[in-house]
Design a binder for this molecule. Structure first.
Ligand SMILES: *Cc1c(COP(=O)(O)O)cnc(C)c1O
Length: 455
């Protein structure tokens, strides 16, 4: 029997993150300030981020050393395992070789601690005592709560009220790790109080939660804000995933023809594929395919225009050049909460624009069908987000069967679905429905794009 697990020794864990910025064939477009509409400078970011992170956002260095203290925390769950999905291959009767790199074994159950731990560390180094953030279903909030626990800093999470009431389990994780989690809108900020005065029953939104978290950070000297995806430094911290996978694929004596992953803000998938795209950019592997998968209900890459938009729903974050559905767009309530973001990481958008990565949009029933097939063959209950990767990987493996091609497919598996069992229940009982692309709502939202000088 061929091997199924490729396990990297702790001592062989990569000690550097890979920064793609110096390798891009063209530089990224500038980022604009949401109020002044001028290009953002490092100084603009100082009230909410630590200097080390701001420098990473613009860094010209190809490799950035992972601090010893961050490596030590990474080692509590890293290196993560690269698996060969022999049983899935057999079920599909495909000559394709399917590998998946599984990030679900972190304490929080996803890739998100890779950046949460790094951000908590850099803030601690600069004397910050407290971090704030927003969370929807709670994946990011729980990862940051864990990161803050490791470095002894306080964490305050503004959780969208509907999720706070409907999905208590991740809140309980956050509280167990020592974070304060409040339902947003809350009485703790000026903007929260104003919204509650107006509508005491406001269900909250990600935009409101972000506004509260940023107001809290901006009005407390000892407090910074922390973000879980989209920005360059977050993608950088996630490259530990791909750097490990490169070593593991070498152990497997394999090289990916196709890499597939889900994209919400883009951080987990970029963390896997950026270390590989080097070979495509250098011309060593020009035919390698990199496929970004998004929900049909929120298809920013496949349906959005490439234009300037606010990074957040509230219009407080920097203005980024992205494929976007408009920052005021509220996607239908698909279960893949992590993929319901209106835009996409500028690095991924830029690579997509240059034709270096592909994109595909999938409906949720087909996505869960793949998740169930994976559970019944490989045993893992996959989060609704990475079920999107499974759909595309399975379809590509079936194409290999039909064409008689033994391609190597690498799946960027971002996390487990143990807190998403209600979604599986809905699928298994036949109650799950698909949402068509909400073209009218997108058209409306695109009327509210900011006007920047060069756009
Ligand atoms: C948050 C999340 C995502 C989406 O965010 P990205 O920044 O695109 O990675 C995907 N998968 C899981 C498991 C998540 O928690």
């Amino acid at each position: 029997m061929e091997r199924t697990k490729f396990i990297l020794d702790e001592k062989a864990m990569p000690t550097k993150w890979y920064n793609v910025l110096p390798d891009l064939p063209e530089p990224l477009p500038p980022v604009y300030h949401p109020v002044t509409l001028k290009p953002v400078t490092p100084d603009d970011m100082k009230p909410i981020f630590p200097m080390a992170v701001i420098m990473q956002e613009f860094s010209p260095e190809r490799y950035i050393e992972i601090p010893e203290e961050v490596q030590a925390v990474y080692r509590t769950w890293r290196p993560t395992v690269l698996h060969r999905a022999h049983r899935l291959e057999k079920a599909l009767d495909t000559p394709a070789k399917i590998f998946f790199k599984y990030e679900g074994t972190s304490q929080a159950g996803s890739h998100k601690p890779n950046t949460a731990v790094a951000q908590a560390y850099y803030n601690k180094q600069e004397g910050i005592k407290r971090l704030t953030t927003e969370t929807g279903a709670g994946q990011w909030g729980s990862a940051l709560a864990m990161g803050c626990a490791f470095f002894g800093i306080e964490c305050k999470v503004y959780m969208v009220k509907v999720s706070y009431n409907q999905k208590p389990y991740r809140r309980i994780l956050m509280e167990t790790w020592g974070a304060k989690c409040v339902a947003s809108p809350s009485e703790d900020t000026k903007i929260g109080r104003a919204i509650l005065a107006d509508n005491p029953n406001s269900p909250g939104s990600l935009g409101i939660a972000i506004s509260e978290a940023i107001e809290d950070a901006a009005t407390h000297d000892d407090t910074h804000y922390s973000i879980g995806s989209v920005l360059n430094h977050v993608l950088l911290h996630q490259t530990i995933i791909g750097e490990e996978t490169r070593k593991q694929m070498e152990m497997a004596d394999a090289y990916p023809d196709i890499i597939v992953g889900c994209v919400g803000g883009g951080s987990n998938f970029a963390g896997q594929f950026l270390p590989w795209i080097r070979d495509k950019l250098s011309g060593k592997k020009p035919n390698m395919r990199i496929i970004c998968v998004e929900p049909q209900a929120c298809p920013s890459l496949t349906k959005g225009p490439y234009t300037y938009d606010y990074g957040d729903t509230a219009g407080m974050a920097p203005i980024l050049k992205m494929y976007t559905l408009g920052h005021t767009f509220v996607p239908p309530p698909v279960h893949a909460g992590g993929l319901r973001y209106h835009g996409m990481a500028p690095i991924i958008c830029h690579l997509y624009r240059l034709g270096l990565v592909e994109a595909r949009a999938e409906h949720q029933k087909a996505v869960f069908e793949a998740g169930v097939q994976f559970a019944r063959t490989e045993g893992i209950i996959t989060g609704p987000e990475p079920c999107h990767d499974l759909r595309v990987a399975i379809d590509e493996a079936i194409k290999c069967r039909e064409a008689g091609e033994a391609k190597t497919i690498l799946i960027a598996h971002s996390g487990h679905g143990h807190f998403d069992l209600a979604a599986y229940d809905e699928y298994l009982s036949g109650r799950m429905k698909d949402y068509a692309y909400p073209a009218e709502k997108v058209k409306e939202a695109l009327k509210h794009l900011p006007k920047v000088p060069s756009a």
